[in-house]
Design a protein around this ligand. Sequence first.
Ligand code: BEZ
Ligand code: FE
Length: 293
Amino acid sequence: MRNVTSDNITDTFLNYFGEDTDPRLKTIMESLAKHLHAFARETNLTHEEWQKGLDVVRQAGKITTPERDEFVLLSDVLGLSSLVDMINSPDKGTSSSVLGPFHISNPPKMEMGADLKGDNEGELVLVTGRVLDTDGKPIAGATLDIWQTAANGLYSSQDPEQDTYSFHALFTTAEDGRYAFTTVKPVVYTVPTDGPVGELLKATGRHPWRPSHLHYIIKAEGFRSLVTEVFPDDDPYLDQDTVFGVRDDLVMHYLPQPAESFPDQGFVLSRKVDQAYLRVDFDLTLTKSVSTA
Ligand code: BEZ
Ligand code: FE
């Protein structure tokens, strides 16, 4: 097309593909161009606004390091990460939720009943539950990779005061599919706001808070891996998570318990708890992986 106009530019773009373009890439690029062009038309995008948009991307590039990915954060606050997650989740089983940037590889393996709290500040919580299949049968040998913030709202990778692996642990379920440990009550925290995403949130009148949560990655042979989070039902940000991670079935309840009710055995803290604590029972259901055979 020689005479490219605002009316024919989208079709012109669609005609530029080489014949041997990967079909899936073609589908994605066609759709991207159609929606981008429609967006510019619908908003009557000015040069200044277009440059401002590019500047967000430029700044994201400048601040991104292997430890801190501003592009993922941008995708998170735009709702794109959660949407992609939901599009690709099975209908059955526990819902997935965002991974976030604070997961650490090779967390320490821990025995059932381990204590993640140690001397750290915070309210004591006993977390337990089972990993089940969609028929409600326990899954033995499932691994649960669990991580959370300390009581100051920081993950270990953000906080020089914490040990590298504090509040990170890997558990393996026994025959009954059960997992159990003690930790501190997770707290609300903000996503990083010192980059262009923080500026964008501010400019659009949005807060940067996430409801408190516990992260899980659960893996078991023959099942789809599940990346998810669970949130308490009394959290003030439950209905306004800035990264859109909350789903109804990921909401749990803290049951306040007297010190005497702490189990006498099975926990590192058994017979050592002399204060009231909170208890959470949360089962997670995995779906079978799709066989490629
Ligand atoms: C998190 O839950 O760790 C998280 C998720 C998305 C953005 C920032 C943090
Ligand atoms: Fe988190």
